[in-house]
Design a protein around this ligand. Structure first.
Ligand code: CMP
Length: 139
């Protein structure tokens, strides 16, 4: 079952641009089913914990300040081969390198302001969604 689930966040830059619902629509149009959804904000501490694997990298502070600067929409999504399918849908981390038609190409600006996060493994997806959702909130 875990292979069919992934975790995503629509990021503060998408909220600022007013494209959150457009991105959600693209995800649903690509046959992902919603298993959990929440709009919330990360504190700086929580953003640092969420992205702890990047601690020490030159972009860490920029990333965590940005991710705690506005709302995020946290999502648990279901589809066959969800991790890979979702990463295909969103495209390269750097929107300038993302293929045309991908979400980051359409809605992202820079590697920091890249509109959407997608988990890179089932193990990470589970760790990441447990930041946001209790068991009761996942259906
Ligand atoms: P995300 O999918 O949320 O996972 C880690 C994030 O770190 C990534 O998207 C980017 O926003 C950010 N990131 C990764 N590499 C760089 C980089 N070289 N410069 C700036 N930000 C980066």
């Amino acid at each position: 079952m875990e292979n069919n689930l992934t975790f995503s966040m629509i990021k503060p830059d998408a909220f600022k641009k007013g494209v959150t619902s457009d991105i959600l629509f693209e995800i649903l149009k690509d046959d992902f089913k919603l298993r959990a959804i929440k709009v919330t904000m990360l504190t700086l501490d929580k953003a640092e914990e969420f992205y702890s694997e990047h601690r020490g990298k030159e972009f860490f502070e920029r990333l965590t300040c940005f991710m705690s600067s506005g709302p995020v929409m946290a999502l648990i999504l279901e589809k066959n081969d969800a991790i890979n399918e979702f990463r295909k849908l969103i495209g390269n981390t750097n929107p300038e390198k993302a293929e045309e038609g991908t979400i980051r190409h359409k809605y992202g600006t820079t590697t920091t302001f890249n509109a959407v996060h997608g988990a890179d493994s089932s193990e990470h997806a589970q760790r990441e969604w447990s930041f946001f959702f209790s068991k009761r909130e996942i259906y």
